[in-house]
Ligand binder design. Sequence first.
Ligand code: ATP
Ligand code: FE
Length: 329
Amino acid sequence: MILSIESSCDDSSIAITDIKTKKLIFHKKISQELQHSVYGGVVPELAARLHIEALPKILEETKEYFKELKAIAVTNSPGLSVTLMEGVTMAKALAISLDIPLIAVNHLKGHIYSLFIEKDEILPCTILLVSGGHTQIIEANSYEDMKIIASTMDDSFGESFDKVAKMMNLGYPGGPIVQELSQKGDKNRFNLPIPLRQSPKIEFSYSGLKNAVRLEIEKIEELSSQDKADICASFQKTAVAHIMQKIKKYFKTTIPKNFAIVGGASANIYLRTQLEDLCNEHNTKLHLSQLKYCSDNAAMIGRVAIEQFERKEFVSIDEIDVQTRIKNM
Ligand code: ATP
Ligand code: FE
């Protein structure tokens, strides 16, 4: 079995995965959303402190499996450095005391492998990763061969939902709140510009749209609940339209057999529905992670770690470090 740890942002999570059967034996996550909600976003120092409380609490519940562990896996990039360090320190201590190898896991690969938790692998697959820190199109041919073919120039899709929610003091995380309010709103009331509409390139940008929303909010003296719902609906429509335009552009040159959406923001129903329609039109099979594995969790880290264990991709205690960003998969 492999014990995996995830602490790259505001979720403390530990999982135990069986190497042979790839089955999840144990999985628990303690989310910090409530504690960060008052600040309208994640406060790194507070997040690190909360990991110090939560991780050992979860670890205690896994003691019965210690004897069967063959490796310790931990997210070491990308993420917030102070929170990554909490998981990495715990992983190092466990690897030393149990005298087993350490596996450093790329969090983004984790999001991709959330598709394969207790499900068959479906590579090659084109992946849309939409999370709090990333908006990417990735061509995943195999574990070894994954290529990022489009990224965001500034804010990410999920982050723009968080920031729009913050502008109206709606709470954190913004994604589910904005999605819910949108249902009561008029998506055609505000005419927001679709980012990079004229650009032939396949890349993303959300800061211009965010600022356009800010300007609309500033024009209204006191926001009524209907105003807020209308802003949410108009913003969500435009944010999704931007992704859809670029994905359609991608489909013009490459029609993938498999297409998947992963990451916390892949829970967005409006986005899911439109991608479903596009995939149906092209006879492309659309794959989604189970909702509980869309946002950060250690189960997806454990699933990638099995691949690394099989390839003996271990890292020494001295070598492992944390990285806030990554350039390649
Ligand atoms: P990364 O994986 O890039 O390091 P992260 O781990 O912080 O970032 P996730 O936990 O994968 O991000 O996803 C959280 C993000 O998803 C938040 O920005 C949140 O607002 C967004 N999100 C969650 N649900 C929805 C939704 N229904 N619609 C839009 N965004 C959503
Ligand atoms: Fe994530």
